[in-house]
Write a protein that binds this ligand. Structure first.
Ligand SMILES: Cc1cc2nc3c(=O)[nH]c(=O)nc-3n(C[C@H](O)[C@H](O)[C@H](O)COP(=O)(O)OP(=O)(O)OC[C@H]3O[C@@H](n4cnc5c(N)ncnc54)[C@H](O)[C@@H]3O)c2cc1C
Length: 370
């Protein structure tokens, strides 16, 4: 049976980014059920980084991550936050939240917002104001994953795809994991299984912490011929509504920001959510969406307090949680990987996290076991 120091379950952004760092401290192996990395949430994301996040902790993790998000995994792209009728107070709150991390944001009038996104409606339900961040980041999930895989391999670590952990037990102070092909033992098991994080815990005889997968839907569609949307900002309503972002010159991606209950699974777009996405875009813009180019859904997984989790289980030695990255798992992955590295290896807490006011306790699974 092969023996490693760190066995990471999950070949999404959480598992890969942490594994790339852990490999500098000991032999590291990533087990991924699917035949490809990023098959679930990480590969289905809208892949944008911004500060319109409810929790200060998430905004702080984003701030610590941005300096690490550069080409080819990320490029600068503007973000525009629009207030629909009745969302003015939310826009004020967003501006306050945003300025702590990005003091350069600009308040725009509806007319100025329309200079950026000319299809924003002027009629009923039209926008009442907007906030522009010229310094958002368009992310590329596959480039990020590939970068981490290369770093992992360079440090001597490995990824096994098509390797679902089917049984997990604790023997002689080590975790033993069975996959259909091979078994492994590890001194530290990192549970980065996304929507399956609680299932992995239960497989290992560890109490779950309440990770809840919620389905989110995306559609893409072509804009009228001759319209070039490639420079349009990522555009999001500050409250319930939708977001759109360019996918090349003539195509937009849209999401109704839905949260459908789901079990951990290969999530599929439901017709009702697809229709809602198209309807919300049509209501707030002059666009009409007669046909779709594509549609998909993915699972965003949340802890009960909707904050991310990184740390050893208080009752199960060597069982490390790296879960609950909700709708911010890509944009916070550099900071979360730094936190996981420090906590799993017992090394110093990163100054970059301390500088933004993030301490280990805030991420600990202990808070969910009260
Ligand atoms: C529609 C949508 C839009 C989003 N937009 C954004 C955005 O704009 N910005 C942002 O930062 N985030 C966004 N997110 C969130 C982001 O995608 C997630 O937070 C992030 O991908 C979570 O990464 P993960 O590695 O935890 O999960 P996953 O990518 O799901 O990885 C978990 C992996 O564990 C594997 N696994 C499970 N069980 C086992 C087992 N028994 N053995 C081996 N492997 C196993 C799974 O196969 C899976 O590949 C979005 C998500 C969705 C769905």
């Amino acid at each position: 049976m092969r023996s490693v120091d760190y066995c990471v379950i999950g070949g999404g952004i959480a598992g890969l980014s942490a594994a790339a760092r852990l490999a500098r401290h000991g032999e590291t192996l990533v087990l991924e059920s699917e035949d490809a990395l990023g098959f679930h949430a990480s590969g289905r994301s809208a892949a944008f980084a911004h500060f319109d996040m409810d929790a200060r902790l998430v905004r702080a993790l984003t701030a610590a991550s941005l300096p690490h998000l550069s080409e080819p995994g990320a490029r600068r792209h503007p973000a525009l936050f629009i207030a629909l009728e009745g969302q003015e107070a939310l826009l004020d709150q967003l501006e306050t939240n945003y300025r702590e991390w990005a003091p350069h944001v600009e308040r725009l009038t509806p007319e100025e917002a329309r200079n950026w996104v000319p299809v924003l409606a002027t009629s009923d339900g039209a926008i009442s104001g907007a906030l522009l961040d010229r310094d958002g980041r368009k992310l590329d999930a596959h480039a990020l994953l590939e970068g981490h895989r290369r770093m992992l391999n360079k440090a001597g670590g490995e990824v096994a795809t098509g390797a679902r952990a089917t049984a997990i037990r604790r023997d002689d102070n080590r975790w033993t994991l069975d996959t259909p092909g091979e078994s492994f033992t590890a001194k530290c098991l990192v549970n980065a299984a996304g929507a399956w994080a609680d299932e992995i815990a239960m497989l290992a005889g560890v109490a779950p912490i309440g990770i809840r997968p919620l389905r989110r839907t995306v559609i893409t569609f072509d804009v009228p011929e001759g319209m070039d949307v490639s420079d349009w900002p990522f555009t999001k309503t500050v409250g319930p509504g939708f977001y759109i972002e360019p996918e090349g010159r003539g195509r937009l991606l849209a999401c109704p920001m839905d949260e459908g209950e789901s079990t951990p699974c290969d999530a599929q777009a439901e017709e009702e959510d697809v229709a809602l996405a198209a309807w919300r875009v049509e209501q707030a813009t002059t666009l009409s969406i007669p046909r779709l180019a594509s549609k998909w859904a993915g699972l965003r997984s949340f802890a009960p307090d909707r904050l991310p989790v990184a740390g050893f289980d208080p009752e199960a030695p060597g069982f490390f949680w790296l879960a609950g990255q909700g709708g911010f798992g890509l944009q916070t992955s550099p900071a979360m990987a730094m936190a996981a590295e420090a906590l799993a290896t017992g090394t110093e807490w990163p100054e970059e996290l301390r500088a933004v006011g993030v301490e280990a306790d805030a991420l600990s699974p202990r808070r969910l076991r009260a």
